[in-house]
Design a protein around this ligand. Sequence first.
Ligand code: FNR
Length: 379
Amino acid sequence: NEIYLHGLEGRIPPFTTDPTALEASARERMEPGPFWYVAGSAGSGATDRANRAAFDQRRLVPRMLTDATERSLRTTVLGTELPAPVLLAPVGVQSILHPDGELATARAAAELGVPIVLSTASSYTLEQVAEASGAGPRWFQLYWPNDDAVCVSILERARAAGYTTLVVTLDTWTLAWRPHDLDQSYLPFIRGVGTAIPLSDPAFRAGLARSPEDDPGSAVLHWVSMFTGTDRGWDRLSFLRAHWDGPILLKGVLHPEDARRAVDAGMDGVIVSNHGGRQVDGAIAALDALPAIAEEVGAEAEVLFDSGVRGGADVLKALALGAGAVLLGRPYAYGLAHDGADGVRHVLRGLLADLELTLGLSGHRSPADLSPAALTRQP
Ligand code: FNR
């Protein structure tokens, strides 16, 4: 109705509401460096394309006269009610997309009650983002440092600042071969100094010979080395469990046996994700990995999903295949680049409206109504 009224007044949306045109629209406005930081993926881009193809291969089979006039997107994730089965995925270094970066994202999300998942590679400190998010729901994404004192310090700060749920990203223990970033020597990324959380951390600073202000290069290299490597194995998850008293989800799980190990290790769930195709080039599409993981652990743990979600129908397809909710990545980053908090709000409201309409038009009243029976698969 709001849009019809705007139409009568001759007002049009600030930028496109077409999720497939959003990237091109962002490209017109962004510098190439930040644009390719968002748009790029690993290697040949095969997994990024596979993520989209997996959505295209599934089609909703709408049902008629199901009385979906009254409907709601409300859903429960980890025992907490959310306005919709949608969260904002962790995206690092947002200040290179807009000067307000994560602060703008946090403000827009809080207004809509949509949880943010703040990245360890944030350009603002977790306390600054918490203040911007106010009463809004917020989760924290950990890149797991190899220094236990730094890890505990970051976790304690996150808890104190009101982040309720910990997301531990497993798939990025070193950065993949990302041609678009390599072609510019990661310059936009480094300029964005996506290191605010570690650099502001007393335990991290204590390990530096010179302060980050006096010697930023050494601090950044120390930061990179601290988050690189796989020495933190399955048996070390008990360490995180002991230092975080809220729910913990493992992000980047693609194999049902890994999901099983996560649950056996006392984790509360997993996020089925291939990092938007940015890590293992040629990896399985995240949507193709979802059904077996939901089958393996869905009855006893939370199964969330990301990688390739662009519109409302995509959210419904992921829910039908067993996800409790989805995380949105690049689309809101493009919204931020367009217009700060207003741009994030525009993208998010568009996605939620599309989701709500498509839910009803396909014959469902609530996210809980979705099951694999809602879908058919095209070759
Ligand atoms: C990411 N992603 C990510 N994940 C994470 O755990 N920590 C991080 O700091 C980042 N940073 C990041 C930056 C950018 C620019 C992108 C595009 C992605 C991955 C992100 O959380 C999510 O898994 C994907 O973005 C989901 O795929 P789509 O929605 O972008 O296709």
